[in-house]
Design a protein around this ligand. Structure first.
Ligand code: GLN
Length: 472
């Protein structure tokens, strides 16, 4: 499949968006039954969008920077009139009355949304095994998970169904599946991409971002979806950063910190990839220093109080009254209970209970309050590091893609997948995962570049250096 950059250029020059869509739909048809990537394919809407693009170009206009690019959307992004489930039975059958801002922006840029991808229920998980509609398989090895929670969006790009997709990253849900599927995945600065229409999991951590095969495609997508949105009160009041213009600016003169805590405990192949990435950045003119940020090891514990606490509050709205599933009972309280019992899966219930407990009057200070203090310490620790270096380098995940079922009986083992990605969500800063080298069974390894808020131009340029070194 062609890159998004190439498709948009060719479509704006007269190539057919409808034909591009047909290629995408054919590859979805050929592997979706096997991989379970899309929960819903919106052929009618996609054809209408592609035809509109072709008409604009035929009339001599420009159809936008993503003209004719098929895009897959994680099924926690609201799409007008198109089913949006969060992979939960509780939202089965719900059709949102509006589009997420990112969906409107994609469409305005000429992109062609083709459908909605599988995820861990309400984005809670790291393997896409927590979906109420069955797991997604990793296109590179169908016996393994694609990662999660945005596993369907990662698999869509890895299986050449679409060149681009969107996911959401609350604790690593874009970067981790990107690493496991051999893709570029971005967790943008908090507030830089509107969350309007992203179904909330943990609102102080959630950010939408792209998956792509190349750094340039990810940059193009982020340029389109980013920037101020008055509909999101946490949106930064500034325009989206221009990333493509500086993509090849390199890393000469940059200072990069190789962080011990962002590699420790990884498989040898992963450690080797990170070391090799450090060498490549050094050869390209960066100064690489090894450093330690001990506070980062507290991230997982803080996250598993803060994220469930916010989730327990956000998910209170699924009461059988307003959306999706309703299980009738003798009175309203019994109906609420029966609906939530039937509608939520085990992991979602675990998070709601954890969060409710952490927020309860007797335990608030000991758990939620304590976690907020740790979060503040982590923000300060990152700030100290960024006073000395421009970027940080580490692994994205401790291992390559793992086998189905290997972590489903042990929530802690599953949670540990996100040790390296969670700190950036807690600090609200930016990070990108780039495929770099391979590990066990020749599967891809992802290395992670982290930067302060609004450092995306620097991050993308560094990611591009790694990509070029890999011959892409
Ligand atoms: N795997 C983490 C969790 O289960 C992160 C999920 C995410 O980023 N949405 O909470």
């Amino acid at each position: 499949m062609k890159s998004a950059v190439d498709i948009a250029r060719d479509v704006n020059a007269g190539a057919s968006a409808v034909e591009e869509l047909e290629r995408s739909l054919a590859s979805i048809r050929s592997r979706n039954d096997e991989l379970n990537v899309f929960l819903h394919v919106d052929e009618e809407g996609a054809y209408a969008a592609a035809r509109r693009v072709d008409e604009i170009v035929a009339a001599g206009g420009s159809a936008g920077p993503l003209a004719g690019v098929p895009v897959a959307l994680k099924d926690n992004l609201c799409t007008l009139g198109v089913p949006t489930t969060c992979s939960s039975k509780i939202l089965d059958g719900w059709r949102p009355p509006y589009n997420a801002t990112v969906v409107d922006r994609l469409r305005a840029a000429g992109a062609v949304p083709v459908g909605k991808t599988n995820l861990d229920e309400f984005a809670m998980g790291s393997s896409t095994e927590n979906s109420a509609f069955g797991p997604t398989r990793n296109p590179l090895d169908p016996a393994r998970v694609p990662g999660g929670s945005s596993g369907g969006s990662a698999a869509a790009v890895a299986a050449n169904m679409t060149p681009l997709s969107l996911g959401s990253d609350t604790g690593g849900s874009i970067r981790q599946p990107a690493a496991l599927c051999g893709l570029v995945g971005v967790k943008p600065t908090y507030g830089s991409v509107s969350r309007y229409g992203l179904i909330a999991f943990a609102s102080s951590l959630d950010q939408i971002g792209p998956f792509a095969k190349t750094v340039a495609d990810a940059a193009l997508a982020l340029e389109v979806i980013g920037g101020y949105d008055p509909k999101d009160s946490t949106s930064l009041n500034e325009t989206a950063p221009q990333l493509l213009a500086t993509l090849d600016s390199g890393v000469a003169g940059r200072r990069v910190g190789l962080v011990r805590e962002l590699v420790e405990g990884s498989d040898d192949d992963v450690t080797r990839s990170v070391d090799r990435a450090a060498a490549v950045l050094r050869d390209a003119g960066a100064t690489v220093v090894e450093l330690s940020i001990p506070e980062l090891t507290l991230g997982l514990s803080a996250y598993y109080l803060i994220a469930p606490a916010e989730a327990s509050s956000n998910l209170a709205r699924y009461d059988g009254v307003r959306y999706g599933l309703r299980v009738d009972a003798e009175d309203v309280a019994a109906m609420n209970e029966a609906t939530r019992t039937a509608g939520f899966g085990a992991e979602v219930k675990r998070r709601i209970m954890l969060g409710t407990y952490a927020l309860s009057a007797g335990y608030y200070d000991a758990y939620y309050g304590q976690a907020l203090k740790v979060r503040t310490q982590m923000i300060a620790a990152f700030a100290r590091a960024y006073a000395d270096v421009d970027l940080l380098l580490g692994a994205t995940t401790p291992s390559v893609a793992f086998a189905f079922g290997s972590k489903t009986n042990d929530p802690m083992a599953m949670y540990l997948n996100d040790v390296f990605t969670i700190p950036t969500n807690l600090s609200g800063e930016a990070a990108i995962s780039v495929p770099f080298g391979t590990g066990e069974a020749d599967l891809p390894v992802g290395v992670q570049l982290l930067g302060p808020g609004r450092s995306e131009p620097t991050l993308f340029a560094a990611a591009r250096v790694l990509e070029v070194a890999e011959g892409r």
